[in-house]
Design a protein. Sequence first.
Length: 144
Amino acid sequence: MTKENIEILDFEDKKTQGGKSYTRFKTSQGWMSCFDAKSINDLKKKVNQGMVTVDLTESGEFKNIKKFLGENEEAEEESKKSVPKNEFPESMKVAYAKDVLCSIIGRISQQKFDDEFVEDEKILQLAKMATNAIKFIEKDIKLP
């Protein structure tokens, strides 16, 4: 068994082929099943409520929650610290910059692109333009 900090995002009640009730929880680490009734009841109350600590076991490709250990305030505080309130996470910036770059390239005709932007340096300039656009937008957007 391993002790893990996860966030509960959703759940669905299920039954095994033998008729035993269990609940599948969508977590920050993927779907996990739980068969312990007390843990199930506690975890259902924690949907989108922050990080919790659980005991996990793995069986092949499946992860099972054996026991709910409680709220994890330390992990919750750490996750709040990791992304300042008015700043995008780095992965989000990269994703947006990629979308902007694709949009810029999509607006350049194929012939012009082939003639002028074949060199890596030119593509790098477009990528920097996209990244700067995201930085500019980030300054004006207030995240909750």
